[in-house]
Design a protein around this ligand. Structure first.
Ligand code: AQP
Length: 332
């Protein structure tokens, strides 16, 4: 059987350069080698306050972004998480074998609950278990994600191993596929903070939908480090981030770029960076806008994807039901 890959994106806002460089661009070549499942994880979005009136639009935008970067609906199963109810069902069973202590250690929970741990929704606490269900349902071998998800993949491995040893071999134990470069793109206005969809600082993020003038403006206003040399290094976190972005679009290594920009100031470097990013994003943006012109077709593709996903997910649930002693699945 061809090995499988699963990954997801939350419809929490417009996808950005970090999502693209850390995740989406790596999802495209995997279609050559693997059976690929890419999911708009809408149930995850409910873990923090959300706008019900905007959610559906965000989901369609997430699908458009994936197709615009080159995910091909004829080769990948692209679907909405909430349209495969097995995700929530398996999440419950895994929650019952998950441990409070291991969930309490999740860095994302600590960051996102920021001191409000007592009043935050319980879904934010258990969401890594839903994420484990997302992947384990498809018996995925690989999970291509950015660095921020490493700890959650460790947790899903632990849950799979624990389930297999308690109830018998059921799940493939997945591995994180984290790219060597681009796995953590930082905010343009603060290189200590991850570039994030839900950021309230518009100049911190380059969205895949930003036009050329806006990209240039945001790059021009990006913070830099002290000194004037275009070099990467631990004392130059802002330049390291910008050089990483340059390198991923241009193909040159960071040492080659340092050589290319030796003697240039930050201004010239930023002008060149803006050109490279604008050119790199141009075809994605154009395709995205074209796809967004036909939301009916995007919804049709998502429905087709959901039908294919449910078949695989239900197959896993039939086994899980038997293994945990719930017996035959209704309708199986
Ligand atoms: N800054 C980033 N650099 C590299 N990769 C990143 N990813 C997210 N931010 C960066 C990767 O993008 C994929 C989809 O992310 P997600 O939708 O699951 O959201 P997230 O990881 O919680 O981060 P966001 O996009 O910033 O959203 P919010 O603000 O809602 O938390 C994942 O593979 C992720 O690793």
């Amino acid at each position: 059987m061809q090995k499988r890959v699963f990954s997801g994106v939350q419809p929490t806002g417009t996808p950005h350069l970090g999502n693209y460089l850390g995740a989406f661009r790596n999802w495209v070549p995997l279609q050559e080698e693997y059976e690929t499942f890419y999911c708009i994880v809408d149930l995850h979005t409910l873990t923090l306050p959300w706008d019900p009136a905007a959610l559906n639009q965000r989901i369609v935008e997430g699908a458009a972004a994936l197709f615009a970067v080159g995910v091909d609906p004829s080769r990948s199963v692209v679907f909405r998480q909430s349209h495969a109810p097995q995700h929530a069902e398996l999440a419950w069973i895994l929650t019952c074998i998950g441990r409070m202590g291991e969930l309490r250690r999740m860095i994302q929970f600590k960051e996102k609950s920021k001191g409000a741990a007592e009043s935050i929704g319980a879904g934010l606490f258990t969401y890594p278990v839903l994420q484990a269900a997302d992947v384990l349902l498809y018996q995925a071998h690989g999970v291509p994600v950015g660095e921020d998800q490493r700890q959650h993949i460790e947790l899903m491995r632990d849950l799979a191993i624990r389930f297999n040893s308690a109830f018998g071999e059921t799940f493939v134990v997945p591995e994180a596929y984290i790219p060597k470069a681009g796995a953590r793109i930082m905010a343009l206005d603060d290189p200590t903070d991850k570039m994030s969809k839900s950021s309230v600082r518009p100049n911190s993020v380059i969205n895949l939908t930003d036009d050329a003038a806006l990209v240039a403006k945001k790059i021009k206003s990006a913070v830099t480090d002290s000194g004037s040399e275009v070099v990467a290094g631990p004392e130059k976190p802002a330049l390291t981030n910008l050089l990483t972005i340059f390198s991923l679009f241009d193909g040159a290594t960071i040492p080659q770029l340092e050589e290319r920009f030796a003697g240039s100031g930050y201004g010239d470097f930023k002008t060149a960076l803006a050109e490279v990013v604008v050119e790199g994003l141009r075809p994605i943006r154009e395709r995205y806008l074209e796809l967004m012109g036909d939301p009916g077709e995007l919804n049709r593709l998502l429905s087709e994807g959901a039908a294919a996903a449910v078949k695989v997910a239900e197959g896993t649930m039939v086994t899980v039901w038997e293994r945990v002693g719930l017996g035959a699945r209704p309708g199986a």
